[in-house]
Design a protein around this ligand. Structure first.
Ligand SMILES: [Zn+2]
Length: 117
C-alpha cells in the first residue's frame, strides 16, 4: 500500500478529482479533434504532395517503389496526401526507397534509405 494520496501528483496542474479529470479529458479530446480536422483541411487545400514510382516486380515478389515529393523531375505526379503516404509506407515498408533526387521522406521519418523500417 502506498502513502501517496489519490488523484494526480501534487504540482501536476491537473484537477484533483475524477469528475474534473474526465471533463478535462473530454475537452482535450475535442480540442485534438478540432486540430486534426484543421490539419486535414489544410492538407486537402495544399493538394497531394507525394507519389510512389512503382517498379515492375516478378509475380509473388513484394511491391517496390521509389518515393518522390512534389517538384521532383522524375516521372510521375503527386497523388498522395500525408495520410495516404503513411498508409503506403506502413504497408510496403522497406520496399519503398527514398528518391536520390528529391530525397522525399514520410514526414517525421526523414533519413536516408527506405522510408520506413
Ligand atoms: Zn524524386
Amino acid at each position: 500500500m502506498s502513502d501517496t494520496p489519490p488523484g494526480p501528483a501534487p504540482g501536476s496542474g491537473l484537477p484533483p478529482d475524477l469528475a474534473w479529470l474526465k471533463a478535462l479529458a473530454a475537452w482535450l479530446e475535442g480540442q485534438l479533434a478540432s486540430v486534426r480536422a484543421a490539419i486535414d483541411a489544410e492538407e486537402e487545400r495544399a493538394g497531394p504532395r507525394w507519389w510512389v514510382q512503382w517498379m515492375r516486380t516478378a509475380p509473388g515478389e513484394p511491391r517496390r517503389g521509389v518515393l518522390h515529393r512534389a517538384g521532383c523531375w522524375c516521372p510521375g505526379e503527386p497523388d498522395l496526401y500525408e495520410a495516404g503516404l503513411r498508409r503506403v509506407a506502413a504497408r510496403h515498408g522497406a520496399g519503398i526507397e527514398t528518391c536520390p533526387v528529391c530525397r522525399a521522406a514520410v514526414p517525421g521519418q526523414e533519413r536516408n534509405g527506405p522510408v520506413t523500417s
